[in-house]
Write a protein that binds this ligand. Sequence first.
Ligand code: F6P
Length: 308
Amino acid sequence: MNAAIRAVTRAAIFNGLEVKGICRGYRGLITNEILEFKSQNVSNIIQMGGTILKTARCKEFTTPEGRKTAYDVMKQQGIDALVVIGGDGSLTGARIFAQEYDVPCIGVPGTIDNDLYGTDSTIGYDTALNTILEAVDKIRDTATSHDRLFFVEVMGRDAGFLALNGAIAAGAEAAIIPEFDTKVDQLEELIKNGFRKSKNSSIVLVAENETRGGAMHYAKRVKNEYPQYDVRVIILGHVQRGGRPTAYDRILASRLGAAAIDALREDQRNVMTGINNDEIVYVPFSKAIKKNKPMKKELVNVLKTLSI
Ligand code: F6P
């Protein structure tokens, strides 16, 4: 996030534009928590996790009254365009706001979930993936030494990118992801395929899931249905959302942030910047948010093939 804030700020100033930093996302736009931003305001932040602007979930912005206040504050502050850095919720807000008011909005995809359509990667995803790797590599030591089955729950709300790619990278035995859970009972499939046949230990990455339940849900089931397994559960939680960003994420954020200013200068509006085959692309909000980013079956097959 900070690398993106820096890129937007510096690219704008480089091109002769003035920049204001809105604190706590849409909440700050409603409560007028807005700061003048100069180049120095974003010095020394590219290596920091979190966001210097802070962030918040803002219920008020989901109401027409809230958005009206936000618009009034914008005008009062002399703000002509918005660059919104965030995930699905933030870009949905931008899309509605841009429909109601004549405000050019450009989105920059910032979410560890990697669930925005039209971009190969979102800012934060690679860093979170590397955090997961570090944790799973350590969990592996206990799993192997004690012959245990670990369910490791990772974030991703409704998307299994962290779980599936995390599992491939960590050499885990399986991943349970929402993209496939309506079609098969993934736990039964894992057990049926004898995922522990040739091994003494196993690590399964589970994408969090409020409705079905995450790692706990599967651990309970295994304890009931397959009591021969010595099961443990780890929930990685917000550890995944912090820490120094990877080189990949810093470069991605720098490119996507700078591209947001290019988009504004080209009079584009209501698009999200993205990366596709290493080229900058502009994705209409409607596609980025509404279209489900496809999960490659090939990745599922690679994990299955390599975890024998
Ligand atoms: O959307 C990003 C995300 O990290 C999800 O993966 C996760 O479910 C959620 O945010 C956690 O949000 P909060 O910090 O509000 O609990």
